[in-house]
Design a protein around this ligand. Structure first.
Ligand code: MSP
Length: 554
């Protein structure tokens, strides 16, 4: 993988359209497909959205390193149909399409802003997507999975879903009795003609998939999905046009609009090139879908149900994450407690914010967002640990010749390096185990502990003193050389392993070390023993600036 900063292969679909032979070539070469949910355009992006996006980006970067190739699909996009978008556009007094264009662009800017490796951006209002949804509907109908009936139930506009009776409670708001779901969202009673999807025909198969393959990680969310599917009945997959006007019409029945979740979930197929025969999809099945815990039902029950009905392979893995809270409440537009990513970038820097989100969030539990905590963490680790070590070993006072030693000096008993070498050698495998599950914080924990240990060695052996004696004192020469050799090696390895977390910062560090191309396999100790005086040492490249400047804390 080239880390020199060249742009990613965004919009490979443009290349795809050109020639069949090129298309076939890409079909064969794409080796990983990761998705984020597509974002509702009724509000502006917040930190929660950034988190979903960055999790998927870190997974994509990690997989590219593992594969040694950039031929992956990383898709994101915007979910633009439905009642809440309709209502938001009306409140803003602009046309639905214009409203979607404006807000979709904000999400597009988001992935650009963090220089993510997104390759595909899909909007549900694009004609290629409308075509895919119509085709899916026609196919489900042809296979006997759709029937029409009068459906009555409590509808939650915020989640765009009919809520089962067992989850509905009554509440008094402003002296009026209203019905709410488990999250307190207000519900409306609706009784209408709908098309229904025959869940009963595929429920057993989806249940087996959940139980046998355990596709959702962390496992507790897999258990949640198993519990949810137990009381899932046939799904309403259309709404009358007079209720839901802003959406894709049911083929051959323009009085009905296709249910927004069937519409939105299909976007993952659109990106893969559907409609086309399944053998010709750019990559299938999807390797990994990143989702928030609020949308498990749709991705772990509805989506696999639709795919099973269409005889299409189910995703290999779903990584489910918890939420960012503010003062223990979920961040959401309706609560008015959202944290704006652009404002945070100003204070924490983009690298800093990215680091905080991936470093401090655990997938299994919610986390409280705190700028103070973010500053502390970023300063302690990016500036004082990683950045500091990098700056120290390149500093003219410690490294006047700007040399990166390529080898250890033999017979150096003065410096205990074996412990740190063993640690460095095991680091890539341990991080890989964690990164596979998107447990990035656990991997970073190990990396930081190694770097801290390396900083401690520096404190203990004081290379700024040793460097003055290297010409005259053999022991000082050996210890100094070995300390510098292991430190640069440690920085090289840790920079590769941190690359999915802070790509910009690590790219910069690797550039100083003269490294442009990296793969995950390169994250092994590759220092032998030799006589560094006879070896051609590498030189540090332009270490003029500071790798990461501390953020001011009041
Ligand atoms: N449009 C649907 C997804 C359709 S996918 C076929 C949707 N959109 S969303 O904009 O509401 O959410 C997108 C993602 O952002 C979800 O994964 C959701 O969990 C995540 N987040 C929204 N708020 C969040 C937090 N406060 N914290 C972390 N992630 C959160 O759902």
């Amino acid at each position: 993988m080239n880390v020199s900063g060249k742009s990613s292969n965004m919009n490979s679909s443009v290349i795809l359209g050109s020639r069949w032979s090129v298309y076939r070539e890409l079909v064969r070469s794409i080796s990983y497909y990761v998705t984020t949910p597509i974002f509702y355009v009724n509000s502006s992006p917040h930190i929660g959205h950034v988190h979903t996006l960055l999790l998927a980006d870190a997974l994509n970067v990690y997989n590219r390193l593992k594969l040694g190739s950039n031929e992956t699909i990383f898709s994101t996009g915007t979910d633009e149909h439905g009642i809440k978008i309709q209502t938001a556009a009306e409140a803003n007094k602009i046309s639905y399409k214009k409203f979607c264009d404006l807000n979709s662009e904000k999400f597009r800017n988001l992935f650009r802003c963090y220089e993510t490796t997104v390759t595909d951006f899909i909007r549900t209002t694009e004609s290629r997507h409308v075509q895919a949804v119509e085709q899916i509907w026609t196919e489900l109908d042809r296979r006997g999975f759709i029937y029409k009936c009068t459906y009555s139930g409590w509808y939650c506009t915020s989640d765009e879903v009919f809520v089962p009776e067992s989850s509905v409670t009554k509440k008094e708001i402003d002296g009026q009795e209203v019905h709410v779901d488990q999250n307190g969202n207000q519900l409306v009673w609706s009784s209408e003609e709908n098309y229904m999807f025959r869940m009963d025909l595929v429920k057993g198969s989806v249940m087996r998939w959940l139980k046998d393959s355990k596709p959702i990680s962390p496992n507790k969310f897999n258990d949640d999905a198993i519990r949810m599917i137990a009381d899932t009945k046939d799904i309403s997959i259309s709404r009358p046009k007079h209720r839901l006007g802003w959406g894709i019409r049911v083929p051959n029945d323009p009085s009905q609009t296709i249910y927004v979740w069937l519409d939105a979930l299909t976007s993952y197929l659109t990106v893969a090139g559907y409609p086309c025969s399944f053998d010709n999809l750019r990559r299938w099945p999807i390797d990994c879908q990143v989702i928030g815990k609020d949308i498990i039902r749709f991705h772990a029950i509805y989506w696999p149900a639709f795919l099973t009905a269409l005889s299409i392979h189910l995703p290999r893995k779903l990584i489910c994450h918890s939420h960012w809270l503010v003062d223990s409440l979920k961040m959401s537009k309706s609560r008015g407690n959202v944290v704006d990513p652009w404002q945070e970038n100003e204070v924490l820097t983009k690298d800093g914010l990215r680091y905080y989100l991936l470093r401090c969030a655990t997938t299994h539990s919610d986390n409280d967002y705190s700028q103070t905590q973010a500053k502390r963490r970023i300063n302690a680790e990016l500036a004082d640990t990683y950045g500091n070590l990098m700056n120290r070993c390149c500093a003219p006072a410690i490294n006047p010749r700007q040399v990166i030693p390529k080898a250890f000096v033999r017979d150096c008993s003065g410096l205990r390096i074996s412990g740190i070498i063993e640690q460095l050698d095991e680091l890539a495998q341990k991080c890989a185990d964690y990164y596979e599950e998107a447990d990035f914080y656990k991997g970073v924990d190990l990396i930081m502990s190694t770097l801290r240990q390396n900083n401690a060695l520096y404190e203990e052996f004081k290379p700024w003193k040793l460097v003055k004696e290297v010409e005259t004192n053999e022991d000082a020469f050996k210890i100094y050389n070995n300390l510098q050799a292991i430190t640069f090696e440690s920085l090289r390895i840790c920079s590769i392993l941190l690359h999915p977390i802070v790509p910009n910062m690590t790219r910069q560090a690797l550039r100083w070390l003269g490294v442009n191309d990296i793969t995950w396999r390169d994250a092994r100790v590759s220092l032998g023993f030799g006589d560094p005086k006879c070896l051609e040492n590498k030189l540090v490249k332009n270490p003029a600036s500071i790798l990461f400047r501390r953020i001011k804390c009041e």
